[in-house]
Design a protein around this ligand. Structure first.
Ligand SMILES: [Zn+2]
Length: 485
């Protein structure tokens, strides 16, 4: 028989220490409804893309409701989240009698002014409307903060295995396959969660770092090598959301009993606990001056760029590294892709392509962002309402929206400036502005783990700076009220 499956998503990662709130306008710009949802995500490495692929293959009919995305920033606005939640609930209520199941995409680390686990509230509201017997399978980000209550409304949940999130589509596929198997009566999923009690800063959550790599492989083997149906997800959690369930967790889904699922989740959680010390410091991080000295020395002896990773910046506009690198721009070829500064973009566009313009660049978002820098820039390129389809492994086929954007030349340094905040993770930020990533000695990135899919093995070295910003590697510096580090 042909199944009809409702599709919905409400997605945002919230660093709660950042002072700004992401409002309805930002969500709405990233929101797709009905047939537009299918059109947008079809053939992309996204959760929705994965859902659609499996439904297509099975001849099942997608019933697209809504996918809203606030990206990654500070708190999500309560009114906006409540409105999208209601729209999803109303959409599912309207088709309840004619759909067989629900596929849902949440992040798992959303926080609003009023709710510490809004994803749980969304899931509970959908469960209430869908009824107790409707299978609801949920795909979550690897950086989800979870406890048993967070996922109580789901029949089964699935997390990305990797960071860089190269398997977002594959995770959607895992959830959709489990849903179809359940509907066909091939399996009866039971689920359990375990928490090792560990908070990992994002910079250390890259899944090619040891010992995390081995733990992720263990989760995958526990899923793939099982005789019956099993799926084990390891979640790193998101350290910069100050919530009671902040931290790592393991979720096991089995065709069997809750006890069997619990034993499987506990087993991997115990392994995570066992490696606690090594997980907390898998790579060195440096202070600003030491980092730049180190990067310059390596760049001078290599024909490949050195990545300086200003990972503590959660808004893509910090100027700590940029300020130091400007002093070196006459000696080194330096690129700073995707600096977020809509005001400077507007001024550069008003000056026009080829013009020289005085700007107060970057550092506007918050007090810890390093403050703006006065520069004189030449406007090399102007791109109005700029968007493209990603070509890197993680963003393959996904729409990347930057808003009005410019490429600036500041004393030889190439800085692309965007109106929407977007992390530079792959080579698209260069290629889209006709730049060759190999043509630079130093590249300043603000990604935490996602850049590794493109830059590991390509860069001469990756040197991590820990600046006085909102996402430090030393999380003991954070003023947690709700989390238990
Ligand atoms: Zn993530």
């Amino acid at each position: 028989m042909s199944y009809r499956i409702a599709l919905a998503g409400l997605h945002m990662e919230c660093a709660t220490f950042l002072p700004h709130v992401t409002g309805h306008d930002v969500f709405e710009a990233g929101t797709k409804r009905g047939p537009d949802l299918v059109e947008t995500f079809h053939n992309s490495n996204t959760v929705m893309g994965g859902f659609l692929r499996v439904l297509d293959e099975a001849g099942a009919e997608p019933v697209p409701i809504l996918h809203a995305d606030g990206g990654a920033a500070g708190l999500a606005d309560q009114a906006a989240v409540a409105a999208y939640r209601q729209e999803i609930v109303d959409g599912i209520g309207a088709v309840r009698g004619s759909v067989d199941g629900v596929l849902l995409h949440l992040h798992g680390a959303m926080v609003t002014q009023d709710e510490l686990d809004p994803d749980a509230r969304t899931l509970d509201a959908i469960r209430l409307t869908a009824g107790p017997h409707m299978p609801i399978m949920v795909a979550l980000d690897y950086h989800a903060n979870l406890d048993a209550q967070s996922i109580a409304g789901a029949t089964a949940v699935f997390g990305y295995r990797y960071s860089p999130h190269i398997d977002m589509g594959a995770t959607g596929e895992r959830a959709a396959r489990c849903l179809l198997k359940t509907l066909r009566g091939e399996i009866r999923p039971a689920m359990a969660l375990a928490r090792p009690g560990l908070i990992l800063p994002s910079i250390f959550s890259a899944t090619d770092l040891v010992p995390l790599k081995g733990l992720v492989e263990r989760a995958k083997r526990a899923s793939d090598d099982a005789a019956g149906y099993r799926d084990v997800s390891l979640f790193a959690g998101f350290a910069y959301a100050d919530v009671p369930n902040c931290g790592a967790s393991v979720v096991a889904v089995v065709d069997g009993t809750g006890e069997e699922a619990q034993a499987l989740a506990d087993d991997l959680s115990d392994q995570v606990d066992h490696h606690r010390q090594a997980l907390a410091a898998p790579v060195p991080v440096y202070g600003l001056e030491e980092c730049i000295e180190k990067a310059c020395a390596i760049a001078g002896a290599s024909d490949r760029p050195v990545v300086i990773l200003e990972h503590a910046d959660r808004a893509n506009d910090s100027t700590h590294g940029l300020r130091h690198l400007l002093a070196l721009s006459d000696q080194m070829r330096i690129a700073v892709p995707f600096l977020w500064d809509p005001g400077s973009v507007a001024e550069a566009i008003a000056a026009g392509q080829g013009a020289e313009v005085a700007l107060c660049l970057g550092g506007h978002s918050a007090p810890k962002a390093g403050g703006p820098i006065r520069v004189t820039a030449r406007v090399d390129a102007v791109k109005r309402d700029f968007r493209y389809r990603g070509t890197g492994e993680m963003r393959a086929g996904s729409e990347v929206r930057l808003g009005d954007s410019v490429l600036l030349d500041v004393g030889g340094m190439k800085i692309s400036v965007t109106s929407l905040s977007q992390s530079a993770i792959d080579f698209d930020p260069f290629l889209q502005f006709d730049l060759d990533p190999k043509a630079f000695d130093i590249v300043l990135l603000r990604s935490k783990t996602h850049f590794r899919a493109a830059w590991d093995g390509f860069a001469a070295a990756i040197v991590i700076i820990d600046t006085a910003d909102y996402g430090p590697a030393d999380i003991s510096k954070l003023p947690y009220e709700h989390a238990r580090p």
